[in-house]
Design a protein around this ligand. Structure first.
Ligand SMILES: [Zn+2]
Length: 162
């Protein structure tokens, strides 16, 4: 992934990182640069993982435009007393939203990198609930080369489970 592509992505709104979060921004850019090309493409060009790192504002609205795959659907209706079935198609959007708490900015840089990579792994794997998903996300970031950062996260946060 080229640095310009990453810069563009970080100003596109699909990964929204507020100016109060320079360390988080640097960590997000580093994670995108270190991810396998295919994964970074899925994030930057297919918007499979959106990311929001809010700053000090009390509320915020972010507009997104996403491509959805058309999925066949069935609708049952009653017309003049007789049930009928109609087929139609609806766009289906599948993506994950990663949220990075403001407190993360206070952590050591490698910890921030590990948290970003771990949450992105959840989004790519589409596995977000339960202990097994936590284990899977950590295994994924080790495979991506974030083992040292994961160790820093485990040292800093004893509640990080695996
Ligand atoms: Zn997790």
């Amino acid at each position: 992934m080229e640095p310009e592509e990453i810069d563009d992505h970080l100003t596109s709104g699909y990964w929204q990182i507020e100016p109060e979060r320079p360390k988080t921004r640097r960590a997000c850019a580093a994670v995108l640069a270190r991810l396998p090309e295919e994964i970074a493409d899925r994030i930057i060009y297919s918007h499979e993982v959106l990311l929001f790192a809010p700053g000090g504002s009390l509320g915020q609205c972010l507009p997104y435009s996403l491509y959805g795959q058309m999925i066949p659907k069935q609708m049952n209706v009653v017309v003049n007393g007789s049930p009928q079935s109609h087929s139609y198609e609806m766009p289906h959007f599948k993506f994950c939203l990663v949220y990075l708490a403001e407190e993360l900015e206070k952590e050591e840089y490698p910890v921030i990198v590990a948290v970003v990579a771990h949450e992105v792994a959840h989004g790519i794997l589409r596995e977000v609930f339960g202990d097994e998903c936590e284990r899977q996300a950590d295994l994924q970031i080790i495979e991506w080369g974030f083992e040292a950062e994961l160790q820093a996260l485990r040292d800093a946060n004893p509640h990080h489970r695996y």
